[in-house]
Design a protein around this ligand. Sequence first.
Ligand SMILES: Cc1ncc(COP(=O)(O)O)c(C=O)c1O
Length: 400
Amino acid sequence: MFTESTALRRVKPSATLAATDKARELARQGKNIISLSVGEPDFDTPENVKQAAIKAIVDGKTKYTNTDGILELKQAVCAKFERENGLTYKPSQINVSPGGKAVLFNAFTASLSPGDEVVIPAPYWVSYPDMVLLAGGEPVIAATSMKNGFKLKPAELEAAITPRTRWLLLNSPSNPSGAAYTRSELRALADVLLRYPDIWVLTDDMYEHLVFDDFEFTTIAQVEPALYERTLTMNGVSKAYAMTGWRIGYAGGPEPLIKAMEKVMSQTTSNACSISQWAAVEALNGTQDFIKPHAKLFQERRDLVVSMLNQARGLHCPTPEGAFYVYPSCEGLIGKKSPSGRTIRNDEDFVLELLEVEGANAVYGAAFGLSPFFRVSYAASTERLEDACSRIQRFCANVR
Ligand SMILES: Cc1ncc(COP(=O)(O)O)c(C=O)c1O
C-alpha cells in the first residue's frame, strides 16, 4: 500500500488549484460556472518574447544550461534590479529557478533546519506555509487586520519573533489581498529587523508591476540598505509579462545563500528550461511597453470589482494597491441562511454556497489564513467580471 512520506503528510494540496478543479468539474456537468479563482493574467505573452523563444529553438539553445541560470539572464536580472529597484547585484548573487515558486522552495530547502521558524503575515499566498513545512521548517502565522489594510505592523512582527525565527516572508503587492507596503511601512518593519541581526527577509515581489493610482513600489533592501546582506529579493516574469507557463523565477541575494540554492537545484530540477530563459532575457531587456497599459487595465477592473462588491449586501471590499485580487469581508453574512437553506457558518461555506447557487467560483479566506474573507481574482474580461459580480450581488441579496 502506498503511504505518503512524513514530510508530505505535513502538507495540504493547494486550495486555489482545488477550487479551480471543483469549478471545472461542475462546468463539465453542464453548470454555467464563472471562475474568479485564477492566478494568472488573461493576456498572451508579448510577441517579442515569443519570437526570442523561437529564435532560441532555431539557434539550438536546447541543451542543459548552468544549474541556476544562463549568464545572459543573470545579467538581465542584475540590470532589472539596478534599473527598477536601485539594487546592485553581481551575476553570482542571482538565482534563476523554474518559476517563482521554485525560487521560494529552493531558498527554504537551502536554509531551514528542523524547528526553524518563518514568520508569514496572513492573509498569505497559499503555498508559503506548506513550502516551509515541506522544507522542514515551522510556519509562524502573524495575522494582519482589514483596518490596517492587511499589512503587518511592527508590533505584530515583534510579537511573532522567537529565538528560532530564521526568516520574515514579505509579499507586496500581496496575493490574496492586493495590499502593497509603502516606503514608510517597510521602514517601520525594517526598524524592528535591525534589532534582530539573525533574521533574514525573503521578499516576494512577484506583483511589483501591478500597482495602481501612482503607488510607488519599493522593496525592503532598497528601503534599508543595512538589510541587503540578509535579504533575498525574489521576483519573476510570470505575472508582469504574462508568462506563467514558461516557468521562470529569479532572486538576488547574498552569495552563500545563492550557492546553497544552486546546490538544491543541482540535485533536483537542474536548470530552468533553456528556451524559457532566453525568452526571459528578452522580457527583461526588451521593450517594457507591455507593462503600463496592462496595469492600467487591471486598475479599471479593480475599480469595477470593488465598486460592485461594495454594493452587495453584507460584503465589505477594501480597495487594494496592487496585484489582481481583492479580499472582501463576508462577515455580514456569517450565521445567515443561503438560498439553498443551508447556514453559512464560515467563509468556506460562503464560497461553496456561492458556487452551488450562482456558479461563481472564488477562494475562501481560511485557505489564506485569515477569515471571514474570500479572494476574488479580477484577471478576467470586464464582461465576465460584471457577470460574476452581479451573481455575487444576487446571492447576497437572497441570503436571509
Ligand atoms: C505571491 C506569489 N508568489 C509566487 C508565485 C509563483 O509564481 P510562479 O508562477 O512564477 O511560480 C505566485 C503565483 O501565483 C504568487 O501569487
